[in-house]
Design a protein around this ligand. Sequence first.
Ligand code: BTX
Length: 323
Amino acid sequence: SETRKKLLELFSEAKGDFISGQKISEILGCSRTAVWKHIEDLRKEGFELEAVRRLGYRIVNTPDKVTANEIQLGLKTETLGRYIHFEEEVTSTQTIAQKLAYEGAKEGTLVVAEQQIAGRGRMARNWFSPKGTGIWMSLILRPPIPPQKAPHLTLLTAVAIAQAIQDVTGLVPDIKWPNDILINGKKCVGILTELQAEPDRIHSVIIGMGINVNQTVEQFPEDIRAIATSLAIEKGEKIKRAELVQEILFKIEMLYRQYLQHGFRPIKLLWEGYAISIGKEITARTLSGTLRGMALGITDEGVLMLEDADGNIHYIHSADIQL
Ligand code: BTX
């Protein structure tokens, strides 16, 4: 509710200091009893609040949840994540975001879940999304660009997530074209971009992000254990998911603004800084066959350029890459 949002903003501004019950009730425009009820609700969600006579309330600890409250407490963005649709368990956050987008949801709307039972990867593959350990979310954007430029947003998102991971954990991620983020060679993040568009106009872009945060090795199914990793495995300690979500949204917002003003060039430079597949011999498995050659780079459209042994240059729009 609005009151709840305001209350969390107050605590966020207080940065861990006490706020008196009197002040809270004045600002929220409700009774002291109502304030107390809101505080109790926050406690039920796992927030640790200290109440001291004469001083008031302060937040001691926030739970490792990714509810709207958790994400919005301390969020630095202007538009992204200002409306959050949270559910404990969903089939796929993509499906919900698509429906919301179709119904006219605003740019920046975010769908988040603690668990997906049918998380999707590209080309109808599965995305393993167990409860409470990862970030499974879909962001709705409405960029004023033609549909063929949509791949830019996948690359932009990869840069934003890589930057956020680096800032929050100190780990240094690599990006494997087009959409994998790897840490020490293992897949930690997947990005799935889907469109609602006409031939010349995008209605909405749904950017699905799956980030393995706090899983242990044993918590990965055997078939992906050798290729997948989580931030906690690589870092050796648990990470607060909500904090990472906040940082990701902030980074996407900054890059997105930059992109709308200056085009793809600045994003491309940043992307190249993280890319591991460029300048190397790679194998690209596409729907129409397998190609081997040297990855030369990406075009201004975000298309991968590959030079085969005969010196022919291939332009690859979608593929799985092996180094
Ligand atoms: P992708 O097709 O590049 O990767 C899928 C492949 O990655 C799988 O076939 C499997 O081998 C491997 N894999 C599956 N789950 C995991 C995992 N948790 N960690 C590492 N590797 C895994 C990548 O597709 C795009 C994934 C997007 C997921 C987000 S989550 C929120 C949103 N909702 C939704 O249903 N999908 C997106």
